[in-house]
Design a protein around this ligand. Structure first.
Ligand SMILES: *[C@@H]1O[C@H](CO)[C@@H](O)[C@H](O)[C@H]1NC(C)=O
Ligand SMILES: *[C@@H]1O[C@H](CO)[C@@H](O)[C@H](O)[C@H]1NC(C)=O
Ligand SMILES: *[C@@H]1O[C@H](CO)[C@@H](O)[C@H](O)[C@H]1NC(C)=O
Ligand SMILES: *[C@@H]1O[C@H](CO)[C@@H](O)[C@H](O)[C@H]1NC(C)=O
Ligand SMILES: *[C@@H]1O[C@H](CO)[C@@H](O)[C@H](O)[C@H]1NC(C)=O
Length: 420
């Protein structure tokens, strides 16, 4: 470390939540000049590891070797901590580890390879004629549920079904829940987080919000929604009646080639959000428009996802270069310096994203990165502005034909009130 690091030239701390949730591909939103802010030292040192021009490891996966002594290597992909005990849970391909707060391994569980076929239901293979093969189990979701003291782990086998382990000892036989939740291949994205639901006026419960990239790997994938809200205890849809369903599907017409990557998710005030990467246009033949990063949002008191809307998140340098692909993101409370730069109070939520420019029109990132910071307050007003523009006639449609089902006015319904 120290003085040997080259000057960081590509670190940008900018704010710009551009209106695009309601813009059609024919009229893309004009890039808004982000207001550039001085780089706070804590953030610039974090970002400075992305050395321009140097060999930068991809940010999407962390590969690690553990333990290294006998040559066995593990491909780690998720880490979760129990805030009550300080225990860490690490998931790798075919393995799950439980570590104590001093990082000593307490328990190891083999989660794969397993005999599996994408043509079998999560419950198992009903027909003996389907050939199963030994398949690596790539961990897709790893979440600590402190309320029930369980670790929810979903892998790529068995249609992305999940197992619930005891936080105290993952070696005890887990509860298997035979419902397809995560993506059922190695590379397609899944992001899940625990957040509140307030579908009834008399109370709020915690649920699992899940975003899963569509795969055409087998005939069961059409049952897996793009985004859904699940009961934590049995992973059933939080709402699934004739009139209300707590799911969003990508329209079957576009599903195969309009693949949405779910990078991050969080809740703030009365909304649940996903940070996503998708093609700028869902229409075949408009691939040359490339990819955008968007923020998808639904109200936590909307049991039918009628309030589902999106805005584009832009991360553009002063010279106008568009870092269009988010690589990872996180919500934090703003520290003093950042809060005063963004005009918010200390501790108010901010979204920090690491972005990379795409290689031409693909969603492969270039080996450069920039950090952009958005205040949730500004994000919320951008959503509100989009919704107003939608309804005062300045923009006639939402450009979200790829979302099946009705899309209402984007306002949150009152809890327990039917919006239909
Ligand atoms: C290496 O060590 C790990 C953990 O101690 C063990 O599970 C694995 O079987 C070992 N591999 C070989 C090749 O001995
Ligand atoms: C976890 O359970 C296994 C099997 O019952 C037992 O052998 C092991 O000692 C337990 N580990 C801890 C940390 O309690
Ligand atoms: C899951 O739990 C809910 C109640 O919380 C219940 O209505 C639903 O039927 C359960 N689903 C299954 C598959 O048991
Ligand atoms: C998100 O939801 C959790 C669980 O319901 C809650 O404790 C937390 O305060 C919420 N976060 C924000 C920023 O509203
Ligand atoms: C529609 O609302 C937007 C955002 O509030 C505003 O900027 C625009 O001027 C309005 N257009 C009309 C035609 O009223």
């Amino acid at each position: 470390m120290g003085g040997s690091w080259p000057a960081v030239v590509l670190v940008v701390v900018a704010y710009s939540a551009a209106a695009a949730g309601v813009l059609g591909p024919a009229a893309p939103s004009p890039p808004q000049p982000p207001s550039l802010l001085p780089v706070p030292s804590a953030l610039s040192s974090a970002a400075s590891t992305a050395t321009p021009g140097g060999p930068v490891p991809p940010l999407r996966h962390i590969f690690a070797q553990f333990p290294a002594d006998n040559g066995t290597s593990y491909r780690f992909n998720h880490l979760a901590m129990d805030p009550n005990t300080g225990k860490l849970y690490a998931a790798a391909v075919n393995h799950l580890f439980q570590l104590d707060p001093a990082l000593r391994v307490e328990e190891t569980v083999a989660t794969g390879p397993r005999a599996d076929s994408p043509h079998c239901h999560a419950k198992g293979c009903m027909s003996p004629s389907i050939a199963m093969t030994r398949t690596d189990n790539v961990n897709k979701v790893l979440i600590v549920n402190t309320e029930s003291k369980t670790l929810i782990a979903c892998g790529s086998v068995s249609q992305g079904a999940c197992e619930k382990y005891k936080l105290g000892n993952i070696s005890l036989t887990p509860e298997f829940i035979p419902v397809g939740i995560a993506a059922n291949d190695e590379s397609s994205s899944t992001y899940a987080f625990i957040g509140p639901e307030r579908y009834q006026y008399w109370g709020s419960t915690n649920v699992l919000y899940v975003g899963t990239t569509f795969t055409d790997n087998g005939e069961y994938r059409h049952d897996v929604p793009a985004i859904s809200t699940l009961e934590l205890h049995n992973l059933s849809f939080a709402e699934f009646t004739f009139s209300k369903q707590s799911v969003v599907h990508i329209d079957v017409k576009y599903r195969d080639h309009f693949l949405v990557q779910y990078v991050y998710g969080f809740n703030a005030s009365e909304y649940a959000y996903f940070v996503i990467v998708q093609k700028q246009s869902h229409l075949p033949g408009q691939e040359e428009l490339g990819y955008v990063t968007r923020l998808a949002r639904t109200c936590i008191n909307d049991a039918n996802y009628d309030s589902y809307t999106e805005v584009t998140l832009q991360c553009i340098t002063q010279s106008g270069e568009n870092y269009n692909l988010v690589q990872d993101a996180k919500v934090f409370g703003a520290g003093q310096e950042l809060a005063s730069n963004l005009g918010i109070s200390v501790g108010q939520p901010i979204l920090v994203g690491v972005f990379a420019p795409s290689q031409t029109i693909s969603n492969d990132p270039q080996e450069r990165s920039a950090l952009c910071v958005y205040s949730l307050q500004d994000i919320e007003s951008k959503f509100t502005e989009n919704i107003h523009m939608c309804f005062n006639g300045s923009i006639k449609y939402r450009n979200m034909e790829y979302i099946s089902g009705p899309i209402m006015d984007g306002k949150c319904p009152s809890a327990g009130v039917s919006v239909t």
